[in-house]
Write a protein that binds this ligand. Structure first.
Ligand code: DC
Length: 234
């Protein structure tokens, strides 16, 4: 049976990574978190002093350093998650920090960064059998994906989820800062010139505000079965 390409896009902290990872595990597909790749590039810039006097990322310096940045994913570990590797080092925890979250959207707006990561993402998905989540997967990375989902939920709901996650990981964070970060990232993601966050015209919408994880899994599995019936026999 033909292996499909599945694109799951949506706003930050909309739960798309959870649903994408769980679908990939159930289908025996590879899961790629494209946001982790933007986060790894951001961490590289911060840790290598590619910032200006105000502490903002220097886009020219980062564009020039892209050839030195290698991103990979470890196989899923005991926690069932694959970890992001930056130049061979496991940076899974660091890329989720507020420090990285605060700088990642401007980094994701740099055209050279987007081109480099889009190329890597296409290479990872060239054989199909992949679930990739992000902002531009259905519009730019895999415009021919057989199944495209666009996930949304109100900013406050998403900030509450992110806050709970950060607290659970032991971070000392303030809810208003998390909400402000979510709103600011929405704005930057939607208004950047290069591949802004947009729903693909052929995507299926999902507002998961009032869904449990199990309900979300069931909904997505049904969409996957439909797409498999439609395209899987090719
Ligand atoms: O999904 P996330 O919050 O981990 O994404 C981090 C940032 O990267 C966010 O600001 C949006 C950006 N991003 C993007 O521009 N394109 C993608 N395909 C994935 C993420």
């Amino acid at each position: 049976m033909k292996k499909l390409t599945i694109a799951i896009d949506g706003y930050s902290s909309s739960g798309k990574s959870t649903m994408a990872r769980r679908l990939a595990a159930a289908a025996g597909y590879r899961y790629i978190d494209s946001g982790a790749m933007y986060r790894a590039v951001t961490l590289y810039a911060l840790d290598n002093g590619l910032t200006d006097a105000d502490g903002n990322i220097d886009s020219d310096a980062l564009a020039a350093a892209l050839a030195n940045i290698h991103i990979d994913f470890s196989p899923a570990g005991a926690d069932g998650r694959q970890h992001t590797l930056l130049n061979g080092h496991d940076v899974e925890a660091e890329i989720r920090s507020l420090r990285v979250s605060e700088h990642v959207s401007p980094v994701a707006a740099i055209p050279q960064v987007r081109h480099a990561l889009t190329e890597m993402q296409r290479a990872l998905g060239c054989e199909g059998g992949i679930v990739m989540d992000g902002r531009d997967i259905g519009t730019t990375v895999f415009p021919d994906a057989e199944l495209k989902i666009f996930v949304n939920a109100p900013a406050r709901t998403r900030a509450e989820r992110r806050y709970a996650e950060l607290k659970a990981s032991g971070a000392d964070v303030d809810f208003d800062d998390v909400l402000a970060n979510v709103e600011q990232r929405d704005h930057i993601d939607e208004t950047r010139a290069e591949s802004p966050l947009r729903r693909a015209h052929d995507a299926i919408d999902l507002d998961n505000s009032h869904m449990t994880i199990a309900e979300q899994d069931a909904w997505l599995s049904e969409r996957f079965r439909e797409a498999s019936r439609r395209y899987g026999q090719d």
